[in-house]
Design a protein around this ligand. Structure first.
Ligand SMILES: *Cc1c(COP(=O)(O)O)cnc(C)c1O
Length: 360
């Protein structure tokens, strides 16, 4: 917050923008170093900051997709992936999830074949979520990328729910692009994010302008077309940079986060009638559960109806669960201390007992 206040005014990082005049070359503050560090941290060759994950999707779609081109997303994709494809004039097709809500390499290969058969064209690009926003399941990005590469389709891994909270290595995943969201998982102000690419794909997506003025004769140096020259020119970038040392440190504590998630989920599952809809055991802290057979039975006769749950939680100082939800809902334990996780777990079982639900 101190960094945000210090850099809140205008083009605040541009005072020391010297030739060749581009954001990622600025040395003071150390923006150039930050770009190098970001790329290395994600196991990729190049990185650029962007105003949100969606702008990363858009830059990549705009590079590869032309009017009418098929593009693969998945049945668990975020709406911003669809819009990036639409904005580029492409047509999105979904790789289906299996009955366990996983996106598999087989499903990707099958969908590629199906699209080729039905449209006569090979998809120009494939988007795959690392962890999806509905179930928080971790998908086989490596297998999906391998399948897509058999057809020379570039692969973008959407790390909105992983980059900044758990270790992400693009090289190991074998993807062409990794996109992260600054304001979602990187403890940064909105709108911010990162687009990282392999060396080969960086040349395509981070190509420089060839425009020139026919009257003035001007040309525009090394400004990148998809980045509109420069992107985060002040407070958002400084916010990302200020948080980065903490973010880099905290991804190493992911195992502890998963332990906290397990403590809370075990308590919920100890309440008879509760089912987990996410993969189990959990590999992410975002979890979808079904309490139709437990908390929703209470809601049917409680005078506060479905609001009894959020209300009982609030009384214990726990917020974040959507008020009124007692059937299918999701929650995220990320960032809790162990003590808070244990407290939350005990709160759920205590609320169950108060309302005469049986514990298994
Ligand atoms: C939030 C979200 C996005 C969009 O991120 P922005 O940084 O706000 O553009 C993309 N994908 C998933 C899965 C998300 O949850």
């Amino acid at each position: 917050m101190k960094a945000v206040i210090a850099y809140g005014d205008g083009y605040s990082v541009c005072d020391n923008c010297l030739t060749p005049f581009r954001l990622d070359y600025i040395k003071k503050p150390p923006i150039a170093d930050f770009h190098v560090d970001l790329a290395a941290w994600l196991g990729m060759a190049e990185a650029r900051v962007v105003p949100g994950a969606r702008r990363g999707f858009q830059a990549v779609a705009s590079t590869y997709v032309e009017k009418g081109d098929p593009v693969l997303v998945t049945a668990l994709s975020h709406y911003t992936e669809f819009i990036a494809v639409e904005a580029a004039g492409g047509v999105a097709y979904e790789v289906p999830a299996d009955e366990t809500h996983q996106i598999t390499a087989d499903a990707a290969a099958g969908k590629i074949e199906e699209v080729i058969r039905s449209t006569g064209k090979t998809p120009k690009l494939l988007f795959v979520g690392h962890a999806d926003y509905q179930f928080g399941n971790i998908h086989d990005v490596k297998g999906v990328a391998r399948a897509a590469h058999e057809y020379d389709i570039p692969v973008l891994c959407n790390g909105a729910y992983t980059v900044g909270v758990m270790p992400v290595d693009g090289k190991d995943l074998g993807v062409d692009f990794i996109v992260g969201s600054g304001h979602k998982s990187m403890a940064a102000p909105a709108p911010s994010g990162v687009l990282a690419a392999t060396a080969e794909r960086a040349e395509e997506v981070f190509r420089t302008t060839e425009a020139h003025g026919d009257v003035s004769g001007r040309s525009f140096g090394i400004k990148e077309v998809e980045m509109m020259g420069c992107t985060l020119m002040g407070v958002t970038l400084i916010g990302m940079m200020a948080s980065f040392p903490h973010v880099r440190e905290r991804v190493r504590r992911w195992d502890g986060e998963l332990e906290n998630a397990a403590i809370v989920l075990d308590a919920l599952l100890s309440i008879e009638g509760t089912e987990v809809l996410s993969e189990f055991p959990r590999r992410h802290t975002l979890t979808r559960i079904d309490t139709t057979g437990s908390f929703d039975r209470v809601a049917k006769t409680h005078k506060k109806r479905g609001f009894f749950l959020s209300s009982a939680l609030r009384k214990r100082g726990i917020t974040g669960v959507i008020p009124g939800s007692t059937r299918v809902w999701k929650y995220n334990t990320y960032g809790m201390t162990r003590k808070q996780a244990v407290y939350t777990a005990e709160a759920f079982t205590a609320i169950a007992e108060e309302n005469e639900l049986a514990l298994r």
